[in-house]
Design a protein around this ligand. Sequence first.
Ligand code: HEC
Length: 149
Amino acid sequence: MKTILITIAAAMSLSATAAQAQSPEMSPHAADATFGAEGYTSTDGEVLYQTLCAGCHMPDGSGAVGAGEYPALQGNANLEFSAYAVTLIVNGQAAMPAFGTFLNDEQVVALVTYLQTNLGNDFEPDATAEAVANARPETPKDTTKAEHE
Ligand code: HEC
């Protein structure tokens, strides 16, 4: 449990300066946490969500409005088709950090499937590893993943 909390904080401080500014309650030592801990190797959508996403979108997906605005993912019609969520998770958008370099295709599929079938959503899961791969930028920052060229 402690590992998970530390990992949330680490993910947020690494990927979003906005989150740092808006989350004064988080430990300043969180950035010391070892990257690659539990949350990043998990392929369990719920674990990934609670580790990486719940800090902004809340554990129940209800979102938050405060210093920043984090949309609710609960009962969210934008999740009916996975393409939008896949693109957003991989590439980020506005204050939503990009997770494409932290998560492999399978992990993104697990996350999106979790979103589509939990948090008050009851959609037909339709994310595929191929769609995730296609959503990745052609020149990913993480060059260890480059395959074609
Ligand atoms: C640092 C805070 C933060 C974290 C962490 C975060 N998000 Fe977001 N998310 C946002 C913000 C802000 C937006 C709105 C982006 C915009 O303005 O376009 C958003 C938007 C979204 C949307 C689109 C909602 C809609 O209806 O348009 C989805 C889906 C989403 N996030 C999923 C996730 C998932 C899955 C994770 C974990 C891998 C995650 N987010 C982690 C801040 C965050």
